[in-house]
Design a protein around this ligand. Sequence first.
Ligand SMILES: Cc1cc2nc3c(=O)[nH]c(=O)nc-3n(C[C@H](O)[C@H](O)[C@H](O)COP(=O)(O)O)c2cc1C
Length: 549
Amino acid sequence: MERHFEFLPEFSSPFCMATPKQSQVAITLYIHHLPSSRIASHRVTSHRNPHQLVPPTPPPAPQISMLRSLRRGAMRTAAAATATAAAVEATTHLPTEGRSSRFYHDLSDRAALPLARRLLGPEVAHELSVEAARLGWAPRRRPVGGSEWRVRMASSPLGGGGPNFPNPIGLAAGFDKDGVAIRGLMDMGFGSVELGSVTPLPQPGNPKPRLFRLTEDRAVINRYGFNSKGLDAVEENLRAFRRMDGALQIQGESESEGEGESDGGGSAAAAAALEVAGWIWAAAGAALAGGDGDGDGDTPVGVLGVNLGKNKTSDDEVADYCRGIRQLGPYADYLVVNISSPNTPGLRGLQRREPLLRLLGAALSERDALSTVAAGSKHVPLLVKIAPDVTDRELEDIAAVVAEVGVDGVVVSNTSTSRPASLRSEHRGEAGGLSGAPIRDMSTECIRRFYRLTGGNVPIVGVGGVGSGQDAYEKLRAGASLVQLYSMMVYEGPGLVSRVRGELADLMVQNGQKSVEDVVGIDHEDIYWAKREARMKHQTVSERMFVEE
Ligand SMILES: Cc1cc2nc3c(=O)[nH]c(=O)nc-3n(C[C@H](O)[C@H](O)[C@H](O)COP(=O)(O)O)c2cc1C
């Protein structure tokens, strides 16, 4: 049965059984869901009991309709403003700045990345990100403005003869395990890219799923277990990279040799199609490349680190690491011996005094025998990467061994096996290494302790939970000479690296620091001032000019 229910000026009856609060809520909900045209007169049906009163259409209180129309107006204005700003950005900055433009950065960080997080599993999203960087789709380095020069580095933090880092923010190992996207990653604005860990023989790693997002905690747990294409495949990738950056002048190798590597099995038509695709791609890339104020040549700007691991089934870890140094060392600007992944059984045991001494002694001898592809024979610094979970005693042992054998630096730190009580995500109980925000302070404290133990004499690469310039600044203050990041990109997007550089430069301006070296170790006043005095004494004229520029 249908009853036409005209609007009652005083709608006491329908809601009289309810409390005033309930009535208010009901009216509000009702108004909210009702198109305005139907508020004044509304057809109501009550099939069961014709005598039962059905709630009438409540009155459009003048304030409510005014608020609603204001809200509609504000939303329309905001949408129009956003569309206009996007159109202006897209038509002005995109064509000139390309992938460096704010528009492109926002597009990838605020649209593409959240969408990928929502739609894709973590490992697929990781693979696609590497692929995007390989194809040159990732946002390109955004200049950070007038204070950019402060985050450039006057001298190599890894000692004389070490590589020159354009800036102190690097990409940590584990993102590009096989070195397929080095160029694209350097273009993003990282001062260094550490590929790996690479194992001597190819190995698949642990069964999937093995990567988990802890979104509420801004963290990641991984138990990849050194999935690697192995030394031979990675060497091929590094040869290609070094050919591109112009450093590869291996005796007897020519460009034609590289071209002749194709198996010759493809048809001429397929080759022609590929070539056309290549032109199209190159043209699209050139259109997107834009300027980034950093030379803009074809030569990638950045330092290449190669991180080495061991095979799961190998029972001679020293031989594994030495093989990696021998085979990939010639292509690397620095090498890292990774003995701290929690996902390879027994690996962390190598951090103990005796095995560490044996391993690092052999690794350094192997390194000393290297002659690199770039200059014939340059010094390739060798670093060791440690866990954040080491006890004070273990850290003391590591510091003593590192100083004794003369390792060029320490990467502090890898992922953690700990599970802080603050974790809230449903994946917090997964096995593997924890990274991201929850290990930030743990790793910074580890840096601080290590810096003190070594009197600031062993360069530290600080890594763990860096998601802002402030985080990087704290690691530098605690004693790191360089900083790396990885997990926070999962939440902040690839534009994070440019933001961190910019925020770091701003913090240095605020605190009156002219160079990254001025920040390193400033939390340890006694060591800091002694080192600063020594640095000033030995500063070359060009370094002094660089800082005073
Ligand atoms: C998915 C994933 C894979 C990783 N794989 C490696 C690896 O193969 N070798 C390595 O030395 N570190 C690896 N790491 C550790 C990172 O290099 C870094 O030390 C750690 O994640 C802490 O930094 P973050 O909090 O910025 O991620 C990996 C980290 C993640 C999240």
